[in-house]
Design a protein around this ligand. Structure first.
Ligand code: GDP
Length: 444
């Protein structure tokens, strides 16, 4: 999982300080020392760590903390805010050209995931924002790259503009833009050539395409698993091309997180998206605050909601939300929702986004599998309608009956009842938070 190592270390540190009714300067010192070590171990740029720790210390030792009722929590808030700031603060937007099409140039080294990301981004634009992108195969040096994009186009049922390997990439890009205008495509995604290393020829060609097509965005695709190398690559591309944003790929396999935490501070350019797997729907808009929550084990509740909202029938999701808000959410709804959760994909992925999940999995070595869902379902199905609507009537003898009926134990029934109450509480908090924020995606 992304950031696993860092999350494990930081959460231990955080736990120690959260419970403190009084935080002394020595506590803060110890905490920042541990945070510093954790970040360095996660391969975060040395200077970035130094500046960050300095800011955390300054803020955490100040009055703000000492006078607070729950000083431990205040300190964590400071750490979270600073981590969020480090990754760019606000989620950044994607450009929308005044006159369509919006042109996005995709650049990056070979193997970083540029072509795959081009397909993923097109899919994202269509699925989330109802856009109609044209993909452009401008990597004329590698026939395999053109084939790959064409295959992605077929999978997505989206058009790909290509002219084989004999044409000039600048001409291809210009012709594709003209075609997009004619055929009313609102986005043009140009998959440019990659090389194993940065070289002058590559930069020359990319600069030429940039000058000729005046793209609205230049997205650099980098492999987060390469850690500080990704940061160096981003810095060089930015120097030469003045990129507008970064897409971090393979964050699903990046247990350290050094690139994600350093790129913004080093280049000044925002991370716009994160690749979370090889599949075409595994691209997420990058939310610094959610990422910071994930790292600190506060879960990524908003991503979970967003995932639910795209996958689940929207009307139903709205109904659920209003039920949750009004606390009239029952086991009946829960059962229905579980059916939908199952259709959302592997449980592991969803669990990773939930608060405390990292800790839970690490501590108990809990194997989260779909079998657990089956147990939960069986328990709910063994309840009467009254019990599902008002679980408070479930006394000891009812619990026994339910356990027997579902082939589980009273302890399992108790656990579910408790989890359900907690979930209701969490949902309420979460919907309140969401109501208070400007919701939704940032585009367009
Ligand atoms: P390009 O040479 O930069 O165009 O790279 P490709 O698009 O061909 O991707 C290289 C490899 O990385 C392929 O095997 C992709 O499936 C894989 N890949 C790309 N993005 C991700 C990601 O977010 N997560 C994972 N796990 N693999 C990815």
């Amino acid at each position: 999982m992304a950031f696993e190592g860092l999350a494990d270390r930081l959460q231990g540190t955080i736990k120690k300080i959260t419970g403190k009714g009084k935080v002394t300067e020595a506590d803060v010192k110890e905490m920042t020392r541990e945070v510093r070590l954790a970040l360095l171990e996660a391969d975060v740029n040395y200077k970035v760590v130094k500046d960050l720790i300095k800011r955390i210390k300054e803020r955490a030792v100040g009055q703000e903390v000492m006078e607070s009722l729950t000083p431990g929590q205040q300190v964590i808030k400071v750490v979270k805010e600073e981590l969020t700031e480090l990754m760019g603060g606000e989620q950044s937007k994607i450009a929308v050209a005044n006159k369509p099409p919006t042109v996005i140039m995709m650049v990056g080294l070979q193997g970083a995931g540029k072509t795959t990301t081009t397909g993923k981004l097109a899919n994202h634009l269509r699925k989330k924002f109802n856009r109609n992108p044209l993909l452009v195969a401008a990597d004329v040096y590698r026939p395999a790259a053109i084939d790959q994009l064409e295959t992605l186009g077929e999978q997505l049922e989206m058009p790909v503009y290509s002219k084989g390997t004999d044409a000039n990439p600048v001409d291809i890009a210009n012709e594709a833009i003209a075609k997009a205008k004619e055929e009313h495509h609102d986005y043009v995604l140009i998959d440019t050539a990659g090389r194993l290393h940065i070289d002058e020829d590559l930069m020359g060609e990319l600069t030429q395409i940039k000058e000729d097509t005046s793209p609205d965005e230049i997205f650099l695709v980098v492999d987060s698993m390469t850690g500080q190398d990704a940061v160096t690559v981003a810095d060089s591309f930015d120097d030469q091309l003045d990129i507008s944003g970064v897409v971090l790929t393979k964050l699903d396999g990046d247990t350290r997180g050094g690139a994600a935490l350093s790129i913004r501070a080093v280049t000044g350019k925002p991370i716009k998206f994160a690749g979370m797997g090889e599949k075409l729907d595994q691209l997420e808009a990058f939310h610094p605050d959610r990422m910071a929550s994930r790292i600190l084990g506060m879960g990524d509740v908003f991503s979970l909601i967003e995932k639910a909202e795209t996958e689940v029938d929207e009307k139903k999701a709205k109904e659920m939300q209003s039920k949750m808000r009004s606390m009239s959410f029952t086991f009946e709804d829960f059962l229905e929702q579980m059916e939908q959760v199952k259709s959302m994909g592997p449980l592991d992925e969803l669990i990773d986004m939930m608060p405390g999940a990292n800790k839970m999995k690490g501590m108990k070595n809990l194997q989260v599998d779909d079998k657990q869902l089956t147990h939960i379902e069986a328990i709910i199905q063994s309840m009467t309608k009254t019990e599902r609507v008002d679980p408070s009537v479930i006394n000891a003898s009812r619990k026994k009956r339910i356990a027997k009926g579902s082939g589980t134990s009273v302890a399992q029934v108790n656990r579910l009842l408790k989890q359900f109450e907690e979930m209701k509480k969490m949902m309420k908090q979460m919907t309140n938070q969401k109501k208070g924020k400007k919701g939704g995606m940032n585009l367009p």
